[in-house]
Design a protein. Structure first.
Length: 305
């Protein structure tokens, strides 16, 4: 059975990778869609497609949305690099026994104080900002077949850079399968399948992975493959989460392939974090180093009701 599960995981990833091999390397628009959201998944190195169990599923794998059991809200804020900030607000709500789960999300990234010059001068003539956001509406349903959940997003994307304004629409699809091996799940998604934004295509991304819960579900081990089709980049994510007690969790992850991005530090690819869960409230924190660009800090608040 383990061999069959491993084959299914590789076959799922290959189904997306092989057709993409003919696309070639190209420039993509809406680059902010490549930036992950949510402190918990980021602290686990992005290995989250088979684990998404709250409103973060809207961003990571809409196929997991159908497994959400309680209405919940998640809000994230990320301090990135100089004058850059990112946030995500997600919502998920079961709509009735056997009817599925609806969701929504807003993802934004802003870059302020970009210097503008008409000529080769030391002092800028003025400054402007770069504003990016995506709005999702989502639906997921569990038990479409035994152990299988499916879901999707309809997404509106907008970029504003000085006098340029671009819009696009896209679809995301996802699946989650609870295997016959206790506490093991497989998930995957195809994201940003849509129109161009300006002259550039969207960053079409395939993601698939497996998660396993051990030690009475105190320990979670997860692994994902991320294939950025037009960029022709493949990343391998490994992550873990351990609940020290009923309130506190420690997390760590590593993303293989980030070293090739030449960001100038041995810590590039690593991620670390903590989680606190008290009753229906959650607080998550992640530290994600980016070498010479600096360290990024991610904070997420969650509320289930």
């Amino acid at each position: 059975m383990v061999r069959k599960i491993g084959f299914l995981y590789l076959a799922f990833a290959g189904a997306f990778v092989l057709p993409a091999s003919g696309l070639g390397v190209g420039t993509t628009g809406a680059q902010f869609l490549k930036v992950g959201v949510g402190a918990r998944p980021l602290a686990m190195g992005g290995a989250f497609s088979a684990l998404a169990d709250d409103a973060n599923a809207v961003n990571w794998n809409p196929g997991a949305l159908g497994t959400v059991e309680r209405q919940n809200v998640t809000a994230s804020y990320n301090t990135l690099f100089r004058d850059q900030s990112q946030g995500f607000l997600g919502y998920a709500r079961p709509i009735g026994e056997g009817k599925g789960v609806i969701g929504a999300g807003v993802n934004y990234l802003t870059v302020g104080k970009i210097e503008k010059r008409a000529g080769d001068t030391e002092d800028p003539d003025s400054t402007f900002s770069n504003q990016n956001f995506a709005v999702n509406v989502s639906y997921g349903k569990s038990n479409v077949a035994e152990g299988l959940s499916v879901g999707g997003n309809l997404k509106y994307i907008r970029e504003v850079l000085d006098t340029y304004k671009g819009n696009a629409a896209a679809l995301d699809f996802g699946v989650l399968y609870n295997t016959r091996i206790d506490n093991m799940s497989i998930g995957g998604s195809l994201r940003n399948l849509g129109t161009k934004i300006g002259p550039d295509p969207l960053p079409l991304t395939a993601k698939g992975g497996v998660a396993y819960k051990a030690l009475d579900k105190k320990l979670i081990l997860a692994s994902d493959l991320d294939w950025l089709m037009l960029d022709r980049k493949l990343y391998w994510d490994l992550g873990g989460e351990y609940w020290i007690n009923r309130v506190l969790a420690a997390r760590a992850g590593y993303q293989f392939g980030r070293a090739a991005d030449r960001l100038g530090s041995n810590l590039v690819g690593f991620a670390f974090g903590l989680g606190i869960w008290i009753e229906q409230f959650r607080l998550d924190y992640a530290l994600v180093p980016f070498g010479d660009l600096g360290n990024t800090h991610r904070v997420t608040l969650g509320w289930s009701f």
